[in-house]
Design a protein around this ligand. Structure first.
Ligand SMILES: Nc1ncnc2c1ncn2[C@@H]1O[C@H](COP(=O)(O)OP(=O)(O)OP(=O)(O)O)[C@@H](O)[C@H]1O
Length: 358
């Protein structure tokens, strides 16, 4: 659970300091007021990663030179400072030297956003990103393996493009790809196997129908990295790039045995995306033994009332959940027990219930 959040020069917030409740809360406001930025800050604080920025730089308030995020999470004080000297991480006032050390203690999350529909109809890269975010929360070695794999892949592709053959160097990078590629493959395969039954059940629950969802992990390195690289050696020389490995993995999604990207309606695709995220939360709980925090960024507008209510009913009761929305009308008066906040122009105040029909 996150008990408090403090921001300095983060996105549109010059400063923000707020206590958070165990249940979570609903942040209500017009567009471009700062709602998503609050959820983003929680995501950064817990996972050192923003769902919409590749680096920390865009998170710094326009006029400022650095940004800070801090909060009490699972009884520890987490701090992140970002400025000219880079990123500084702290837990309970002690500086933490590596991101992995910080992430091992920080906390787990599920992010749900409007763009999640791309999990179903977008490219394989989007599904790999979804898997990477989940796998790195469940496997401590995953992030390191992924970053070493990516670096070796990049270097190897440069060598393959070089007209001068540099076999010894190529072989050295091949070994790194094999070591980390097989590791990534094993973790992804295990996690997809955990996801499938959970996603399938969530799909039936949210749709309220017998919609059969199935997943298939398609490895980009059939038969293991060493064999796959040996088989593709001639083709990769011709095409001048590494053709096999986890960077080519995908997760195929089927509804009633048919590819969901081609056969599912938009509403079904949104439901599948939600089911994948609910499955993510359950997999985290089963594997890590911790209930993740759920961050739901403005997803209710696109769902019909029955799917909205089904989603609310299937979010784990004991989990802390933070939701952003432009209006609470869809809650249908069911907001009685939710802490409600108004977000306006980079400031947060208590939502006055009398305003709820604005
Ligand atoms: N680095 C930054 N510094 C200052 N302001 C920023 C920065 N990055 C984004 N903003 C601005 O912060 C404001 C709030 O953005 P945010 O995405 O949090 O809004 P929101 O309330 O979630 O809006 P919506 O409902 O449209 O999703 C926007 O006006 C955005 O342009």
């Amino acid at each position: 659970m996150i008990k408090s959040l403090r921001l300095i020069d983060f996105r549109c917030f010059a400063t923000l300091s707020m206590e958070l409740r165990d249940r979570g809360g609903i942040f209500i406001g017009d567009n471009a007021q700062g709602k998503t930025s609050i959820l983003e800050a929680i995501c950064v604080l817990l996972r050192l990663q923003s769902p919409r920025a590749k680096s920390m730089r865009p998170l710094v308030r326009f006029e400022a030179t650095g940004a800070g995020v801090a909060g009490e999470c699972w009884e520890q004080e987490l701090t992140i400072r970002y400025g000219r000297g880079g990123v500084q991480l702290g837990i309970d006032g002690e500086e933490v030297s590596t991101q992995n050390q910080y992430l091992a203690q920080s906390g787990l999350i599920v992010w749900m956003g409007n763009e999640d529909i791309e999990l179903v109809r977008g490219s394989g890269g989007i599904r790999r990103h979804y898997l990477d975010f989940l796998c790195s929360q469940l496997d401590l070695g995953y992030r390191r393996a992924l970053s070493r794999y990516r670096r070796a892949l990049k270097a190897r592709n440069v060598l393959l493009k070089d007209p001068v053959s540099r076999e010894a160097e190529l072989d050295a990078y091949t070994e790194i790809l094999i070591e980390h590629g097989d590791y990534l493959h094993e973790v992804r395969q295990r996690i997809v196997a955990m996801l499938e039954p959970r996603a399938s059940e969530a799909q039936s629950n949210i749709s309220g129908r017998d919609e059969i969802l199935s997943l298939q992990y398609v490895a980009g390195s059939e038969g293991g990295m060493r064999e796959a690289l040996a088989v593709s050696r001639e083709s990769e020389r011709r095409q001048r790039q590494t053709l096999v490995g986890p960077h080519r993995d995908d997760v195929k999604i089927f509804i009633h045995g048919m590819p969901a990207s081609e056969f599912a309606s938009e509403g079904q695709q949104r439901t599948i995306a939600l089911a994948l995220k609910l499955a993510q939360g359950e997999a985290i709980e089963a594997d890590a033994g911790k209930v993740p925090i759920y961050l739901l960024d403005d997803i209710f507008g696109e769902l019909d009332p029955s799917r909205r209510n089904a989603l609310m009913a299937h979010l784990p009761v004991g989990a802390q959940k933070f939701i952003t929305t432009t209006s609470v009308d869809w809650l249908d008066g069911g907001w009685g027990e939710w802490p409600l906040y108004r977000v306006c122009d980079g400031k947060v105040s208590k939502w006055e219930r009398d305003n709820s029909v604005e």
